[in-house]
Design a binder for this molecule. Sequence first.
Ligand code: ARG
Length: 460
Amino acid sequence: MAKIWAGRTAGEMNAAADAFDSSINTDKRMFSQDITGSVAHARMLAHCGIITAEECEKIVSGLESILADIENGSLVIDPSAEDIHSFVECELTLRIGEAGKKLHTARSRNDQVALDLRLYLRDECGPLKECLVELVRTLAQKAHDSADLVMPGYTHLQRAQPVSYAHYLLAYAQMFLRDLSRLQDALRRMDKCPLGACALAGTGFAIDRHYTARLLGFSAPTANSLDSVADRDHCVELAAAFSLIAMHLSRFCEEIVLWAGAEFAFVTVGEGFTTGSSIMPQKKNPDIDELIRGKTGRVYGDLTALLTLLKGLPLAYNKDMQEDKDAIFDALDTVKLCLGVFIPMLKGLEPQPQNMLAAAQKGFINATDLADHLAKKGVPFRTAYKLCGEIVSYCVKTGRVLETLPLEEYKRFSDVFDEDLYADIDLKNCLAKRESYGGPGPQSVKRQLAELEKELEAYI
Ligand code: ARG
């Protein structure tokens, strides 16, 4: 395809260099944003009297017909084109003649690509936010249904204190809520229009950048022309937000992989989300969760690629920046793909309350409550802590748990112990009384649910 920039040279490139230089396979996905940007640019040029109203109408209807034809498949994007910007411009000139050649007045591909990328990411983040909202909703629904399922909470992957399955799920809901707010935040900073910065130094034409920004739904134009075309902070911020989403999914998947195994048996993964083995007939493997965990590395890789890409670049535009799209698109695609399979997997995830309770009963997770019992009776907590440690050690040696150790034996450790200790270390009670703000007690979980629902409203 002939180069739009032929002139200074004949525009004939070495075939390998030409293919290497082309970005069409990556940036063709921005065709509709490229056309939207061009329509706004043409309208601004006409508004400012730089092109005529008639030329503007020709350009706009030509661009609209290109958009329609790409969408209905009658126009195929030429894989040998240099990029989506030159493809659309050449096609426009083919369709409408001379007026098409005026479109690029007071514009460069440098501000054009900066705009297209912002528009594309803005468009894509909408459905992504909806996915996250659905995920948080799913977690809230599941938490609502399992508020009284006792399970052990862990530190160091050692049983620690009682929590509920609902409380556990709501911990993840908080993470995804933060992810939503991070996306929102990155989008807010990205909400400035770079079009009109031109190649790097603005233009002598009397353009109206505020007008273009308004037409394209941005809050304002970007403030500095050099920064406008050199800035890819929004890609980095979004890749960081995607990395955090991936990291949260990965931690969750790690737990599900552990919990689905016979050693825990806390959950069963729905059959549609497991695979078998080619040799071991008994296997039901949580491949989907493992794969999501695995894909997290790619997303981090994309973030690292972006940061590394930018770190040594002098202002303003450099061709290196063409690599930004492969990285940010891959991070976006990967996170969307993962969420798309994680959410239905989560919906079918079934807790195994008996196994959770059994694990909670065997791990001395009420030892802190035993110490608290003594502390309430006036024994200094540090003294109570030491005494309870000795009791746990005694139980481990004699094969008992705190709930079944007779009172006489307790009294050998301290005569402060009384019959009422058993109520204080009953697992259901231990959970029920943990009503400190943010704790796992049922009232606290109810409050978490209500507050979550309220916070979620900001994203709907
Ligand atoms: N394909 C290029 C990119 O993605 C578009 C901008 C080209 N600008 C230029 N001066 N060659 O960055």
